[in-house]
Design a protein around this ligand. Structure first.
Ligand code: SAM
Length: 292
């Protein structure tokens, strides 16, 4: 058994993980999985290539997959033509990165950091695009999804740490050429503190890719979420894109650009523009910026 698989076996506690799963699986439990009906051949081809070269350890997958429950990110291809049971269909990310100007050419040889990496979809994508080292940070139990996949894919240069953005520190992590931080900033009470932390581990000229919920209209304002958004109590801010651009510039970034923006479903059958809690449905946007 490889060291990664042995380390996973030593650290993973199925009982503790069951309690963790109950917390996130209970949010909007009736929402259909975005990946239902997706077969092995429909998964990200770069990830399927991982299975050609790795010692896939089918027995390891058989043993632990049933305990890992629903993944959020996915769909991930697994040995034996299996596919992870995943809430989110992340396959559009390759196109989003292309829109952000990232390519195999621009990522090859780069040291990358993925903050709030969940199961590591983006961390693995950066590895597949040629990064020399890809580090993913995930403070919650999703870290075990990432570690499980890392033990299955056995990709050189990929590692995960069970810490959050608060632990981003150049002393321990060093400096990166490319940082991805997707779906995190609107969950934080103090978003500027995150931006300063990210800047602290980026080389001058390094690239940031940040994805977030935003207001549909171009605005220098931000909407504060009191209570829940889409039934989720972990949302705090919906930024106008001009507002977040100004925040990025103030935290030490230049050349801030909104590479992609698309309106969101309000998930409110009675009103497509406003969520059931009364918040504007807004949009999702991908920002790029360069460390000054
Ligand atoms: C909406 S998900 C986005 C996941 C992934 N980056 C993506 O876009 O597909 C937010 C992620 O941030 C993680 N997270 C929560 N608090 C965090 C913190 N303090 N530092 C870093 N990540 C955090 C969550 O556990 C979750 O995996």
């Amino acid at each position: 058994m490889s060291l990664r698989k042995q380390n996973f076996r030593d650290a993973f506690r199925p009982g503790e993980f069951r309690a963790f799963r109950a917390a996130y699986e209970g949010i909007n439990p009736d929402r259909p999985l975005e990946t239902s009906g997706i077969g092995f051949g429909d998964t990200e081809p770069l990830f399927r290539d991982f299975l050609q070269t790795s010692d896939t350890g089918a027995a390891f997958v058989e043993e632990f997959l049933p305990h890992l429950g629903m993944f959020l990110q996915g769909p991930f291809p697994l040995p034996g033509n299996r596919v992870s049971r995943s809430a989110w269909d992340c396959r559009g990310k390759t196109g989003a990165y292309r829109a952000c100007g990232l390519s195999t050419q621009s990522v090859t040889g780069k040291r990358t950091l993925d903050v709030g990496c969940n199961a590591g979809y983006d961390t693995f994508l950066m590895n597949a695009m040629g990064a020399s080292e890809s580090v993913g940070l995930e403070p919650h139990g999703f870290y075990f999804h990432a570690q499980f996949l890392n033990a299955v894919y056995e990709r050189q240069g990929v590692s995960f740490r069970n810490i959050g953005w608060e632990g981003v520190d150049p002393e321990h992590l060093g400096q990166f050429d490319l940082v991805t931080c997707l779906g995190l900033i609107y969950h934080l009470t103090d978003p500027m503190a995150l931006l300063f932390r990210l800047a602290s581990v980026m080389k001058p000229g390094a690239r940031l890719v940040m994805e977030t919920h935003v207001l549909s209209e171009r605005s220098t304002h931000a909407h504060f979420v009191e209570g829940a958004f889409w039934g989720d109590e972990t949302y705090w801010w919906i930024f106008g894109d001009e507002c977040l651009s100004g925040m990025l510039r103030s935290a030490g970034f230049r050349d801030v650009n909104v590479a992609l923006k698309a309106d969101c479903d309000s998930r409110n059958p009675r009103n497509p523009r406003v969520t059931v809690e009364g918040h504007p449905a807004g949009a999702r946007a991908w920002f790029t910026a360069v460390r000054s």
